[in-house]
Design a binder for this molecule. Structure first.
Ligand SMILES: [Zn+2]
Length: 278
């Protein structure tokens, strides 16, 4: 059974699942992880307010000629995810939780990270909180409202034994330390001061995509649009020899993440240009 074909089972449990782009998606900064429209063949924006899909909607997804290639995502908000990446992730998790990690839904990801899903307490909005080890990609993220995560059986994702929603039953409620970490909505910038200038000064073939994407992500958090990000990074991308098309892909991908601004209601859905031939 392909990942998307399990959507019926998850929706029967009341879970807000949605299709994600294929793990082979190119050009795509995070293939297999971005909400995707089977109607248009493009990345999908404005997915944050979608609820539990109905049967007919899921059948329409499954009728897509590329349905078998698509991953399955879970919209967060009523659930939160712990994302522990590498030994630094587990070290920070231990510091934050002091071992208070009730059994709940648990899975591993394609990149080898560990994930736990907890229910948000009623009426509480849980926002992203994260800490990363200095100079490393590894770290801990608590993901919540305005975000989504790929879940098993997406390619490379697997539930821990007996920790899937079908065997385990209802997910545990998020323990208090998670609620207090995620209830403060402030975005904490843990980058050292001067990091943007030094990142730009140190761009070379091997790090220019990551460096520009990191700066773009920072701009996005403060509300920059796709064209803002492109315009601000373009001179640096040119100097570093990054083709404009690749910078366009980076800017588009970053802009698909929620910004710090509240999501406008009733806005016409904007669709990305990362298209799959059908
Ligand atoms: Zn994609």
């Amino acid at each position: 059974m392909t990942a998307l074909a399990t959507a019926h089972e998850y929706s029967a449990l009341g879970l807000p699942v949605l299709p994600l782009c294929p793990p082979s998606h190119r050009p795509c900064a995070t293939p297999g992880k971005v909400p995707f429209s089977t109607d248009t063949g493009y990345h999908l924006e404005e997915w944050q307010r979608r609820g539990v899909p109905g049967s007919a909607e899921i059948d329409a997804w499954l009728a897509s000629p590329i349905a078998e290639q698509l991953n399955l995502g879970l919209i967060l908000g009523s659930y939160m995810r712990i994302d522990a990446d590498g030994s630094a992730g587990f070290r920070i998790l231990t510091q934050w939780s002091h071992g208070d990690l009730p059994n709940t839904w648990e899975f591993t990801t394609r990149s080898g990270a560990y994930a736990w899903l907890y229910r948000a307490p009623d009426g509480v909005t849980l926002r992203k909180a994260s800490e990363s080890a200095e100079g490393e990609h590894e770290g801990l993220e608590l993901l919540g409202t305005g975000q989504q995560t790929a879940i098993p059986p997406s390619a490379g994702y697997a539930w821990a034994p007996a920790r899937d929603p079908f065997t385990f039953g209802r997910a545990a409620q998020a323990p208090g330390w998670i609620v207090s970490r995620m209830s403060s909505s402030k975005v904490v910038d843990r980058n050292p001061s001067g990091w943007i200038a030094s990142t730009l000064a140190g761009l070379h073939d091997g790090n220019r995509n990551d460096g520009l994407a990191k700066i773009g992500g920072w701009l996005r958090r403060y509300g920059a649009t796709e064209s803002d990000i492109y315009a601000l990074l373009e001179p640096h991308a040119l100097q570093a020899g990054l083709p404009p098309r690749e910078l366009g892909t980076i800017a588009r991908s970053i802009a698909s993440y929620p910004s710090a601004e509240p999501f406008p209601k009733n806005r016409t859905p904007v669709i990305h240009e990362v298209r799959i031939a059908r």
